[in-house]
Design a protein around this ligand. Structure first.
Ligand code: NI
Length: 171
């Protein structure tokens, strides 16, 4: 178990498509998930994807009771999600501020689906199948984008709503 270095935007590893996990409940997968959870906790992140620590596998972790970066957000269940699939359940979108541990110090407004279903597996191979709304849905979409090499600035449509957190917080 270890806190790993989070790769930053510009590193080509973050732009690669991650590969599905082939085997569950393996020592390698458990070690990866421990590192992801330790790193997310150390950085006080809302979520973290395996490519962000340089591992090209389709694994994300997310969730919090209360998050300093998103004080207004409702709690999101702590989740380990392997080989995720997202399905929008309506066409409704909402614009909201996002940050990313791979894009430190910055925030940007991104439009996301407000109501999704996500499916996948936990580290033991148990199926996960949930509906999510609003911030929960936003976090899942952000984390799963990392598995396809997409960072949130690539989803932005209005760069006026992109800035440094310390400036934005003082507006
Ligand atoms: Ni991110």
């Amino acid at each position: 178990m270890a806190v790993r270095t989070v790769l930053k935007m510009g590193d080509p590893t973050l732009l690669a498509t991650a590969q599905p996990v082939a085997g569950f409940d393996t020592p390698e997968l458990h070690a990866l998930i421990e590192d992801l959870l330790d790193t997310m906790a150390a950085e006080d992140g809302a979520g973290l994807a395996a490519p962000q620590i340089g591992v090209g596998l389709r694994v994300v972790v997310f969730g919090f009771e209360q998050n300093e970066r998103y004080p207004e957000a409702d709690a999101v269940p702590r989740t380990v999600l392997v080989n995720p699939v997202i399905e929008p359940l309506s066409d409704d979108h909402d614009s909201g501020w996002e940050g990313c541990l791979s894009v430190p110090g910055l925030r940007g407004v991104v439009s996301r689906f407000t109501h999704i279903r996500y499916q996948g597996f936990d580290q033991f191979g148990n199926a996960i199948n949930r509906e999510a709304h609003d911030f929960h849905a936003r976090v899942v979409q952000h984390e799963c984008d990392h598995l396809d090499g997409i960072l949130y600035p690539q989803r932005m449509t209005d760069m006026r709503f992109f800035g440094y957190t310390d400036v934005l917080e003082n507006l």
